[in-house]
Design a protein around this ligand. Structure first.
Ligand code: IVH
Length: 676
């Protein structure tokens, strides 16, 4: 029996839990030195969630449980910055830095060394966070410097942004604190995000900065929550009720208040120390976990900053000393086109191998014909390559035209792989091979079909696929399921045993789920998530195949572009035939996708079960969750509302935490199901 507790007691306990969680967030995100394990942290979160749910009157908007609450917005509101967000002037050489230092001394009529704070100039997105009496109230983008967009709900999903500041005797919470910072997407996460997007046939982001900006400017905070954004705070806006005398003080002060600052920042006694800092950071820029484009030097004293003032929207007291672009020159040996999974042609420059930022580069995508024309790149030309961090190198411009010069590059009229016609719609950038059977497309399609999130056919790797397509053993997806051990055994680097293994995995993949199959078809714009929505909605591939654009638009999260793409896919007679054969040969046994009941305490929620449960089998639990109106999903995504974590929950739990999805335990689930 639960003991009776007064509302005050409950509220006090909730506040205690919130304080503990904030403390551990601070240890983890700001100090990078956690005191408890992830499991202990989760337990605290779960207790708080349970308490706040059972007694909503004790919940507060600044609670750490309230990161991803808001519904998608129609558009962003406008936020006027109390003080304009300025930009920085640049220095491109050490001489210019010395000039900058001299100018400051001249303006201040001083011969003494100027103290600077040197910081990394992060290549992210500038934002402003407003804390009123310690509570995070408004977050905005820089915009034009005077007015930005209100991205408060999205910024709330960033774990390293405290929803509430921590006060201490040395650093009491100020009445108003505005801080500016840089939102970034770490390189490794950028890469992962792009891989996932590529696999889903979605356009990839050109660089982490664009990815961070795109993620922060999502109208649906749930999508932002799924992107592992981070922040480093670096500058003051308006502040009331606290006084900082220097930039260094300010940084230490906001750190004490719970905000994340860059640990690489350094107090420098003179411009020479700044130059030394630049050399150090410049030498390790490739190894930084995020992209940086230079070093910012700021006069440390705020009094001197005020004296110096600003000109044309840049402060006189700060400067960005840019890193040298990582560049190399090399010759274009050949321009070839590659055919992708959806048949689009990408021209690629094959280069004389050259070293750039620590890696050997031997080709660079030229993206599309418009791009080639704009730069007028031709075979035999010498080009300048540039590489920004993890991003694939790109051709900046031609530095030395070939002699004699090659004619302009032309898109082939016929597919370089299968010889079919190449089509190009007026006004569109892309060119496509019309042949849905094109071996190049086939290779890519099969790779996708066999990949982890699709049919998960172990052993059907790139090399094998290439051979199978080349030898004509696979001409369409359905051929995968008629392969025999003998067919495989005679291929290069395939013994009888490996052949058997591959066939066994192929056979295993016949037992699957409809969403995996839909994902595996490689329909443009249909990735894992959309495939799941489609599977849940139509429950039968034939129904999906017959669905009109209107029917498709009725599916959750599906918009006009996706609906059109699905219609186009199934409307293509060749695809219809290929799918028919795939289904005949595949003889798939689909695990039933149980039906959400449409009502109940979990109505419209998407739930993921993970780990082993004590009181129910997995399928019992699924049935119950469905009966309560929820959808059950097998993997955690941005759309997941709840993760039920049993014993030994592993990667899904981690993912849920990463995405900011609410995590509950089995007992909590039982309470939710009973509606209490
Ligand atoms: S200070 C007036 N510090 O660079 C000084 N800016 O061109 C305002 N940036 O929009 C900025 N890292 O987004 C400062 N450590 C850093 C920075 C930084 C990146 C960005 C910032 C600003 C732009 C200025």
């Amino acid at each position: 029996m639960a003991e009776e507790r007064s509302l005050e007691e409950l509220a006090a306990e909730a506040e205690r839990l919130r304080e503990q969680i904030r403390h551990h967030n601070y240890r983890y995100y700001v100090l990078d030195s956690p005191e408890i394990s992830d499991a202990e942290y989760d337990a605290l979160m779960r207790r708080l969630e349970a308490l706040e749910r059972a007694h909503p009157e004790v919940a507060t908007p600044d609670s750490p449980t309230q990161r991803v609450g808001a519904a998608p917005a129609e558009k962003f509101g406008v936020v006027q910055h109390r003080r304009p967000m300025l930009s920085l002037s640049n220095a491109l050489s050490a001489d210019e830095m010395v000039e900058f230092d001299k100018r400051i001394k001249r303006l201040l009529r001083s011969e003494a060394d100027i103290e600077y704070v040197a910081e990394i100039k992060l290549d992210g997105l500038a934002v402003e966070l407003v804390y009123e009496h310690g509570v995070f109230t408004i977050g905005s983008t820089r915009g034009d410097g005077y007015n930005g967009e209100d991205v408060t709900q999205n910024l709330r999903t960033i774990r390293s942004i405290p929803l509430k500041l921590r006060g201490s005797s040395g650093h009491p919470v100020p009445e108003l604190l505005e801080v500016r910072g840089e939102v970034i997407l770490p390189r490794k996460d950028f890469q992962k995000l792009n891989e996932a997007r590529a696999a889903a046939g979605e356009p990839v982001f050109a660089n982490p900065r664009n990815a961070a900006a795109g993620s922060l400017r999502q109208l649906d905070p749930k999508i932002t929550a799924q992107r592992p954004l981070d922040i480093f705070c670096h500058s003051p806006g308006e502040i009331r009720g606290a006084e900082f005398k220097t930039q260094w003080d300010f940084l230490q002060g906001i750190k004490a208040l719970g905000l994340k600052i860059n640990p690489e920042s350094r107090l420098c006694r003179s411009v020479d120390a700044v130059l030394e800092y630049w050399n150090e950071i410049s030498a390790k820029r490739d190894r930084l976990p995020y992209e940086a484009d230079g070093v910012v030097a700021k006069v440390n004293s705020f009094a001197l900053q005020n004296q110096l003032g600003e000109v044309s929207r840049s402060p006189r007291w700060a400067i960005a000393y840019k890193f040298k672009a990582q560049q190399a020159e090399t010759k274009v040996e050949k321009i070839e086109v590659y055919v992708g999974r959806i048949g689009s042609l990408t021209p690629v420059a094959h280069l004389q191998p050259v070293q750039l930022a620590g890696v050997t580069i031997s080709n660079a995508s030229l993206h599309n014909l418009d791009e080639i024309r704009r730069k007028d790149v031709r075979e035999g030309d010498t080009v300048l390559l540039e590489r920004a961090g993890d991003v694939i190198p790109y051709v900046v411009r031609v530095t030395k035209p070939g002699h004699p010069r090659h004619p302009e590059f032309q898109m082939p009229r016929n597919c370089p792989v299968c010889g079919s016609e190449i089509v190009h719609e007026e006004g569109e950038v892309l060119y496509f091979c019309v042949n849905v059977n094109c071996p190049a497309r086939m290779r890519e399609s099969i790779r996708h079909f066999a990949s982890k999130n699709c049919l998960d056919i172990d052993g059907l790797g790139d090399k094998l696929v290439a051979q199978l397509v080349e030898k004509g053993l696979i001409r369409e997806l359905g051929d995968i399921y008629t392969l025999r051990v003998e067919d495989l055994a005679k291929l290069e680097r395939m013994g009888e045993k490996s052949a058997r293994n591959v066939i066994a995995s192929i056979n295993r993949s016949r037992h699957t789920t409809l969403d995996r199959l839909i994902n595996g078809l490689g329909i443009r714009h249909v990735g894992e998530h959309t495939a799941r929505q489609l599977a849940q909605h139509f429950r039968d591939i034939r129904k999906l195949q017959e669905a009109s654009e209107e029917d498709l638009l009725a599916v959750r999260d599906i918009g006009p572009e996706v609906a059109r793409s699905i219609r186009e896919y199934f409307g293509e007679p060749h695809n219809a035939r290929a799918l028919k054969r795939l289904l005949e040969n595949g003889r798939f046994e689909f695990e039933p996708i149980a039906e959400p009941s449409g009502r109940g305490p979990l109505r419209d929620k998407t739930v993921v079960l993970t780990g082993s449960l004590k009181q129910w089998t997995r399928s019992e639990a699924e049935q119950k969750v469905l009966a309560a109106g929820a959808r059950v999903s097998s993997s955690v995504s941005r759309k997941t509302d709840l993760v039920v974590a049993g014993e030994d929950a592993g990667s899904k739990l981690r993912k849920a935490r990463e995405y900011g999805v609410r995590i509950i335990d089995e007992d909590e689930l039982r309470r939710m199901l009973s509606g209490t």
